[in-house]
Design a protein around this ligand. Sequence first.
Ligand code: ARG
Length: 573
Amino acid sequence: MTDFKEQIARLIAPAAAGLTEEEVLGMIEIPQNPDMGDYAFPCFRLAKVLRKAPPLIAQDIAAALEGESLFTKVEPVKAYVNMFLDRAQAAETAVLAALDRESYCRSDLGKGKTVVIDFSSPNIAKPFHIGHIRSTVIGNSLYKIFDTLGYHVVRTNHLGDYGTQFGKMICAYRHWGSEEEVRKDPIRTLLSYYTRFHTEAEKDPELNEEARKAFYDLEHGGEEEVRLWKWFSEMSLKEFNRVYDLLGISFDAYDGESMYSPMLPGVIQELQEKGLLKESQGAGVVDLEPYDLPPALITKSDGTSLYCTRDLATAEYRKKTYDFDLNIYVVASQQTLYFRQLKKVLELMGYEWAADCVHVPFGMVSLKEGTMSTRKGRVVFLEDVLNQAIEKTKEIIREKNPEASEEDVAATARLVGVGAVMFNELSNSKIKDYVFDWDHVLNFDGETGPYVQYTHARCQSVLRKADEATLAAAQAGKDLDWSQLSGEGAYTLTRLLYSLPETVADAAVKYEPSLITRQLVDIAQAYNKFYHDEHILVEDEKERTAKVALTIAARNAIAKGLDLLGIQAPDRM
Ligand code: ARG
């Protein structure tokens, strides 16, 4: 695809007093206000070298660009040169790029590079709640984005299947558990035992001692403890997989924390040999005071391991196994300090790849009624949210389309209901905390997933009505009269189609899928405006073919964008 910025830099550089093309490129701006042109070049930096006032320089550069076929208008405004692209050329470039479904937004930026993404990573025997959706959906979208940019991506689920809480769970099960009850509704039941454990332990601190012992036995291969733990894990995974199926998300590895347990003595020994392990009140820690960080806890006084120890083993394992260029952790911002400690310890161990370990934090989800608390049993299950979204969508579709078969309603509702929840998660800048609100998530008007999906279905419906010959000519994109797409509405849309690939690349650099979400809303709005303001399937062949080509391009952009968010694009709605 022609890179307009590069072309402009090439044209301006000779007139820009010794600045290289590269430097000019870095200075070109895209004005917020389209009245100021598609691109603008500020002349302040040139004033010193040229010993001239910036507005005069802007006039000279504008004069030098006079007559260039790339522009319809070049205008000096104060210290800026404002450039208006030739709209037919802009439309041709953007639409041709988007017509090619396979290559649009793809690049080989990441060729030969490997990215590990650790995401979702819920805890066994605990609810997969609405708080987990962010890591799950953001991580999955990052996977799609890096994949499209040519990286080799490994999706790994660092299941929380180890740790002292299993001691509590085992202990609680022994006191109050029933196998039958657990089998009926595993996670909710286990959760109720876990909640009970915390209330009872407040009255009877002995229970904590019992739980510690149970975890110690688990870690040392106690038969009964291991059996229970395995059973809890299996049942939890079954539930988790139901949710992953609903979301259409999968993993390359389910390497839970327990997998690293045999590697822990090695890590501890390594820390000792490198002189990093200090004793503090019976526990083993790495002192991070010189770095203004709290000490990293490596072993407890009874010798059992900790979250951090397992993460050290995990990082080493990933480096050995995948030789990653980037090792990304999509984990809530509550763990920001923790990941700084983890990185620092890896660095002190002498691993220069510690710098390639990146924590991608995201804000908390809270309920209107207050924060969620697993210990207190106050949680919203993700599966319930998804199922309710699907049910709600069914009602809306039945209302809109009473003739639709139950089968069609169910299929569309699943796609749209789940899409609505996912889109909502990816709409907010990921770092922002937000309050989960049913009414908002399921509001199908406005800047939502259903709105974007609906626009895709609308494009498909236009294309179903177009005749074969027009479709074929539009898809081929040859000898089209691109000037047919210079109207305001078409132009707004082509600019958005043009910049989508840049946005995708930017989303990877910033680990921010919401950039794509926002642009998808803009594209949908632009297409809908175009659709309302103009007739698409008009008599005139040239005009019709160009507009159909734009419709195919818009459809491809929406489908690609949704796919990068992990959301499906329906043909009908
Ligand atoms: N299971 C953890 C939690 O729910 C998240 C794990 C994130 N990954 C990691 N390698 N620490 O908080």
